[in-house]
Design a protein around this ligand. Sequence first.
Ligand code: NAD
Ligand code: GLY
Length: 364
Amino acid sequence: MEKIRVELAERSYDIVIGSDILRGIGDNLKSFGLSPRIAIVSNPTVFSLYGKCVSDSVKKAGFDLLTVTIPDGEEYKDLLWVQHIYDELLKHKLDRSSALIALGGGVIGDITGFAASTYMRGISYIQVPTTLLAQVDSSVGGKTGVNHKLGKNMIGTFWQPRLVWIDVETLKTLPKKELLAGLAEVIKYGVIWDEKLFDFLGVNKNKILSLDRDALTHIIKRSCEIKAEVVSRDERESGLRVILNYGHTTGHAIETVTEYKKYLHGEAVAIGMCLEARLSSMLTFIDNNKVLRIKSLVESYGLPSEMPADIDIRHILSSMELDKKAVAGELKFILPEKIGSVRIYRGVDNKMIKKLLQEQAFEK
Ligand code: NAD
Ligand code: GLY
């Protein structure tokens, strides 16, 4: 088992990574001083696979367990379903020392964390992420939230979990497309922070795609270490943490323009990373051969690397324009300078983005 500490003074916690460790979670809750009544929040897809194992372990450790399920899908990550969680917790008399266990992907983690942060002014929660994206990104760092009809993740809090419990075996049941979307975020960590991780992804592609336990444990551990380091230095995204958004400025515009239907988040980020690396080279911050290395790693995992031809560049520009307004007139781009290091850059104007997108359309 691997253990990583997220250092945040009195809000510090462990990320535990292992294989076949779900059944061990109950015993690890005993030291948190929780009341005996706790709840697991999941969706039917994940609960049918792993719910019994986690529930048995928690009950065996002496807890009285409530199960709350919400339907499977991003469209249920909203205040209506938070209300449903509150209803169940109140009906079953969960108190201020109770805890929630989030068993599932990022959707379950985000909504459970949000419910935990607001129920009775904030109770404990434990992340048990079961998608690669949740294991390397959303379960760590304490961003919780739900969607509003006017925008994704518009309602939320910073609320750190007490523990993140990652069982790599859960990835065996994850659809391949979801695995690849998670790998885009791992590639992101390589580009922004760690050339060795980037190289490892290139050399060990076959092992990773065949779910080799050691290779998966390595990339998850390294990703969590990087995220833990960044979050420890800047919990509330007032500076450094923004580098985790490499690929996301463009990726987000692509998701918005395609109405969240064409790409999974990680796929849009993969395109975003390639375009933003190209942008960096246009600004002479990075050599073109490194841009090609990023693109070729992305493509080797079967992830998209280019904006699809049917997307109207004007829509991308106006989506970025809207984002710009939302962040007080300034869009930040995270631009790689080499593999393993990025800079935060604010000087990108519309003309430059247009040139980038048009160049790509022309190259095709
Ligand atoms: P998800 O939670 O929707 O999971 C993807 C699909 O996989 C779902 O159908 C789910 O039921 C299924 N699934 C989960 N684990 C499984 C398993 N082991 N076997 C089989 N099926 C399984 O999607 P996601 O990509 O994990 O998370 C996306 C969400 O995460 C978005 O809402 C996004 O906003 C959020 N997010 C949050 C942060 C953060 O810092 N809080 C960071 C990145 C993304
Ligand atoms: N997913 C980016 C962050 O947690 O800051």
